[in-house]
Design a protein around this ligand. Structure first.
Ligand code: ASP
Length: 469
């Protein structure tokens, strides 16, 4: 059994967290492959070492003294080493690094990468595991993109089989030039290591116990999500829930390795498991999560016989394309359709866009409806299951919340409703309540029982038999 344990910035912020990590690593013999970020924030107003290193780089480039900054960064490592009694010559190493940094000898990427480098050096000694330099195993092309094939070869050749501590966030080209992944890229490094070692599990240790089924600022005590699929996670994060680094997913997803999000400060919490497919038993929750975003705007376009005019939607959309505006939804009717976009994307250009649409398609009328919020209810278990949207709409209706737009992805894993911004939080609470018993989210079998009990029947809107039409 191989587990990759990646610890984020806040998990390695100080000596106390190093101790917690040792406890976590020692409690499971499969946790021998550790990936670390640079020391992150110790408290809310604190700075991340990576951010400070970017500042050092800017100071050096503009020839402004950065002695204080370097002293602050160094002190963070010295404190950890002193408190844990580590032998690694951090003062000497950091002094050498500082000298070279002041002289401008580093590229930005190499300079910034030292944040994870020093953290991993100290962690390796503290855990009694070998240090594996990311520059030796994580391979980049010269254009700064990752070479997964070569990285795999290098891991096979060079990674100690019994375990290691690897600094995240960076790697190097064949010539040894250091390259960085995106910000927050320690998550990607962990996923790369998991893929290369063929790990059974990728543990992503952070400061929360996984994902919650709703924003706790809106819903009181939302239930934690036990399992989530990659597609559900994309839906939730797209609509505003902050989760894993997007790219962190592909190396583990490709290799079908599950990820678990765990809390370094509460290791006994189960966390959230992310995998390609999650169980399909009747005791699964009916919905996985609810999320949403404010500040959308719908441009509604009316034109008689619109449904018979070919190309009209394409021509309208080409206007948005010209302005570089991304389109969220296109709800359509017979003689009308709407284009839903994010408010910030059209803040300055909305009136020009409207003028261009008028010139392009000569509509009968155009209306702009702003102040729209979108709420997405996400759940793999909604697929092919009658009653879910019924319960959702009924609940909103019963609370007097007017629905201004409805969309469902064709994969049926989410239902999106547009409501007025003033109803946003209330609507999320109402939907959450509709699918929970106040304590936990209802299971599939419980929802089905509710639907049966309500004895819903379909009525024919034509009113009676109509066999001619
Ligand atoms: N230290 C890097 C950053 O702050 C990478 C990471 O923490 O994942 O972006």
């Amino acid at each position: 059994m191989i587990k990759i344990a990646k610890f984020g910035g806040s998990s390695v912020a100080d000596a106390d967290h190093f101790r917690k990590i040792r406890g976590i690593v020692e409690s499971d013999s499969a946790r021998r492959f550790v990936v670390v970020s640079a020391c992150g924030r110790r408290f809310k107003e604190d700075s991340k070492v990576t951010d400070l290193l970017y500042l050092v780089d800017a100071h050096v480039r503009y020839h402004v003294s950065c002695d204080d900054l370097l002293a602050d960064i160094g002190q963070r490592y010295f404190d950890i080493a002193d408190e844990l009694g580590l032998a690694y010559p951090i003062r000497q190493e950091f002094a050498d690094f500082s000298d070279r940094a002041r002289k401008g000898e580093f590229s930005t990427e190499e300079l910034v990468s030292r944040g994870e480098y020093f953290t991993a050096r100290l962690m390796a000694e503290y855990l009694g595991l070998p240090f594996l330099d990311a520059a030796d195993v994580v391979a980049f092309h010269h254009d700064g993109t990752l070479s997964m094939n070569r990285t795999k070869e290098l891991f096979a050749e060079r990674a100690p089989k019994g375990g290691f501590v690897l600094p995240g966030f960076y790697g190097a080209t064949r010539e040894g030039q250091v390259k960085l992944l995106d910000r927050g890229g320690g998550d990607i490094s962990g996923a790369i290591a998991a893929n290369c070692l063929g790990a059974d599990l990728y543990e992503n240790w952070t400061d929360v116990s996984g994902f919650l089924s709703a924003d706790p600022r809106i819903v009181e005590n939302p239930e934690p999500i036990a399992r989530i699929t990659y597609s559900e996670m994309r839906e939730l994060s797209y609509m505003g829930a902050s989760v894993l680094h997007e790219e962190a997913i592909f190396p583990v997803r490709d290799a079908d390795i599950p990820i678990v999000i765990k809390n370094t400060n509460r290791p006994e919490d189960p966390g959230t498991i992310i995998s390609e497919s999650a169980g399909a038993s009747e005791s699964e929750p009916i919905i996985t999560g609810i999320t949403g975003k404010r500040d959308f705007l719908a441009i509604n376009i009316m034109k008689t016989h619109l449904c018979r005019e070919v190309g009209i939607i394409r021509r309208t959309l080409s206007v948005f394309e010209r302005y570089g505006v991304s389109i969220e939804h296109i709800p359509s009717g017979i003689d009308s359709f709407g284009v839903v976009v994010q408010g910030t994307d059209v803040k300055d250009s909305i009136w020009s866009i409207i003028a261009d649409i008028k010139a392009e398609i000569h509509p009968d009328e155009i209306q702009v409806a702003d102040g729209l919020a979108l709420i997405s209810t996400v759940g793999r278990n909604m697929i092919g299951r009658p009653g879910v949207s019924g319960s959702l709409f009924a609940a909103l209706g019963a609370e007097g919340i007017s629905i201004r737009m409805i969309a469902q992805g064709s994969d049926e894993i989410n239902i999106i409703v547009g409501v007025s911004e003033s109803d946003f939080e209330r609507a999320i609470r109402v939907i959450y309540d509709a699918f929970s018993d106040g304590d936990r989210i209802l299971e599939i079998s419980e929802l089905e029982a509710t639907v049966r009990a309500s004895n819903v029947t379909m009525t024919n809107i034509l009113g009676g038999e109509n066999i001619d039409k």
